[in-house]
Structures are given as C-alpha cells and as structure tokens.
Write a protein that binds this ligand. Structure first.
Ligand code: KG4
Ligand code: ZN
Length: 355
C-alpha cells in the first residue's frame, strides 16, 4: 500500500510518502516547508500569508517529493489529506489540491483529522537526514505498527491542549482540555512579553536552561485531582502581573532565565500531573504524547521519570514528528486501512473538527 500525505492546516506545508508492506510501515520521505520566518515579525501566524504560501509551495513540494525519491504518483493507492481542524483557507488549499490529484489519478482521497495524526505520531518513527533551515527531509526505517489500546493521549501544540482516552480506532473520549489558550500559545505569548521571537517555546526552553525553576512560584489552574482541564491564559496573566511588579525579570538576563525556567516548570508540572493522573483514573498503562510542545526537553524528561515511577509505558513522538508534518497524516490513513477501519473519504474541510 502506498499513500501520499498532504498537510496544510496551519503554517507548515507538508507532504509525505508512506508505504506499507505486510505489517511494516515505511515513511519513504517527509518534506516540511516551514513558514516560521515569514510569520515571525507578526509574532504569530497570519492566515492570509499562510494560505498564499501553501498555494505556492504545495505543488513544488509534491514535485520534489516525487523526483527526489524516484516515485511514481500513478502507483499511489490513495491520498490522505488533513481536513481539520485548522485555518479554513489553509485547509482549503490542501483539500482542493488533494482532491484534484485524486481526480487526475483516479485514486481515493481520504480525509484525516489533524489531531488523530498527532495522537498516533509517537508510533511512527523517522530517522533524520540533513535538514536545511526551511526544509526538513526525514526518510525512515520501516516500523511495524501495534497500537497498545487503551491509552491516554496528551496533545500539546500551538492550537490544542487535550487529554483523550483512546479505547481504539474511532473510540475517543475527551477527558479534558484547555478552557482558553493552548500550552504552545502560552509559550508564544510569554516569549513575546519577554521580547523573544516566535515561536516562543524553543526560546523559553533555551533561556530556561540555566535558570532557577524555583525562583517564581506561578499558580496552577484547576488543581483538583480529577479535573483534566487547563487554563493557560491565567498563567500568562500571572506572568504579566509579575513582570509589571518586577521589571528586572525582563531587563536582566539572569532574572529572565529564572522567569523562563519558572514559567516552563508551571506548564510542565500541570501537563505531567494531569496526564499521569488520567492514566491512573482509567487504568491505562500507556501514555502517548505529541504536538509541538512535546519537543520540550524538560517536559520529555519529567514525563519519562514520572511514567517510570508509576509503571506507565510512555510513547512520545520523535521531535521531527511533534510539529506539523504529513507523515502522520499518511500513516493514520495507512494504519486505518490496514486495521480495516477505513478512513473517511475527504468531504468538506472542517476548521473546527474535533474528536
Ligand atoms: O504542533 P505545532 O507545530 O503546531 C500546531 O499544530 O499548533 O506546535 C507549535 C507550538 C508553538 O506554540 C511552539 O511555541 C511550541 O509548539 N513549541 C514548543 C517547543 N517547540 C515548539 N513549546 C515548548 N518547548 C519547545 N521546545
Ligand atoms: Zn498540529
């Protein structure tokens, strides 16, 4: 089985080619053309710019994928495209392109939920190749796919913060989520307050490395034991008030490091505590973690320690697959087809798609 994946839900244009031989999945190549630099000066993603870039980049990126790997588009068994959630016009570009290709090739076009892509991305592994500043290419070894249902999924990205109980394909039960900002959004907004560039997550992590995470004690939202909701807007406001009262934390480098480490600790603590508690509550021995914020080294290490203590198997996406990519979209379609749970044929895109 050969699947072409297309992802354009936000500010990364991505395509990937996945092949399945028996129970083995092989990501032949996964290309991501990032627009981060274009959006940087606005401090966040500008939908119209994202859409124009997808229109410009998607056909070329697909050509590159095909020619770099000597592939033949006529050999695909299907095309998998992200149908939501995401920016409406950005999704429209990918869905229209995927459908046009499907018509031209006479192949089915499957619609994949972007969140489902993130959720299962820890099970698809890529090996790294050289990457340029704007493009990452990651061919992979083959990988057999066995998903250890039931499990708890923690999705933490710029647009989402979710705790989901996953009993099987299509059997998803949201246990909690953010009532306001997503975790990545909080990193981005606090970075902006500190004069650090977008995206803020990697910047805060870098600044926090040498900082004292105990320097400032920020409050945690929804501290009740079995409440799996988050509020990162409250944390962001606490940081704002704190900076107003203590401007030296913005002005002096060593204080800024402390602030970054303390803020990061507040986010990591609440994510780790709630994800592990959700596993205990439903009796799941498996935690899967994905999304851009899962690149964070402190979060990864804390999850590793806590899961070890509690006897939970942790599956955390490779950093190359944490941020948006099309390999996860193609793999979900391929995995569903091979499990006999056919993905839906791509209909309309849905910016508000959820589980
Ligand atoms: O998954 P993603 O690429 O896009 C969405 O679907 O939203 O996630 C991007 C988010 C940004 O908010 C970025 O600041 C955050 O992931 N991020 C991080 C790190 N790397 C990226 N947050 C914390 N620490 C990081 N190292
Ligand atoms: Zn995403």
């Amino acid at each position: 089985m050969k699947i072409l994946g297309i992802e354009t839900s936000c500010d990364e244009t991505a395509v990937a080619w996945v092949e399945q031989v028996e129970n083995e999945f092989c990501v032949v190549d996964s290309l991501v053309s990032s627009q981060i630099r274009l959006h940087q000066r606005f401090g966040g993603v500008v939908p119209e710019i994202a859409t124009r870039e997808h229109l410009k980049n998607l056909p070329q990126l697909t050509k590159d994928l095909i020619s770099n790997n000597a592939l033949d588009l006529n050999e695909v068994d299907g095309i998998a495209v992200t149908v939501g959630p995401g920016l409406p016009t950005a999704l429209l570009v990918g869905v229209s392109y995927g459908k046009a290709l499907g018509v031209a090739l006479g192949k089915p076009v499957y619609g994949v939920n972007h969140l489902e892509g993130h959720l299962f991305s820890p099970f698809f592994h890529l090996s790294k190749k050289e990457s340029s500043p704007t493009r990452e290419s990651s061919p992979s070894p083959s990988e057999s796919l066995e998903i250890p249902f039931p499990m708890i999924g923690l999705i933490v990205s710029g647009g989402h913060t979710l705790i989901i109980e996953v009993k099987g394909w299509n059997r998803y039960h949201k246990r909690g989520g953010t009532v306001d900002d997503a975790a990545g959004e909080a990193f981005d907004k606090v970075a902006r307050m500190l004069g650090l560039p977008y995206p803020g997550g990697p910047e805060i992590e870098k600044w926090g490395e040498l900082g004292n995470a105990e320097a400032v004690d920020f409050p945690q939202s929804f501290p009740e034991r079995d409440n799996f909701n988050f509020s990162f807007s409250g944390l962001k406001t606490s940081v704002r008030y704190f900076l107003e009262k203590n401007p030296e934390y913005q002005e002096r480098a060593e204080k800024k490091r402390d602030l970054c480490a303390s803020f990061q600790k507040a986010v990591v603590d609440v994510l780790v505590r709630k994800a592990v508690r959700a596993c205990q509550l439903i009796g799941s021995k498996t935690l899967v973690v994905a999304g851009g914020v899962a690149c964070n080294g402190v979060l990864r290490e804390r999850l590793r320690q806590k899961c070890q203590t509690h006897g939970i198997a942790l599956h955390i996406a490779d950093p190359t697959l944490c941020t948006d990519n099309a390999a996860m979209i193609a793999c979900v379609a391929a995995a569903r087809l091979s499990a006999g749970i056919d993905p839906d044929l791509a209909g309309d895109f849905n910016p508000n798609l959820h589980f």
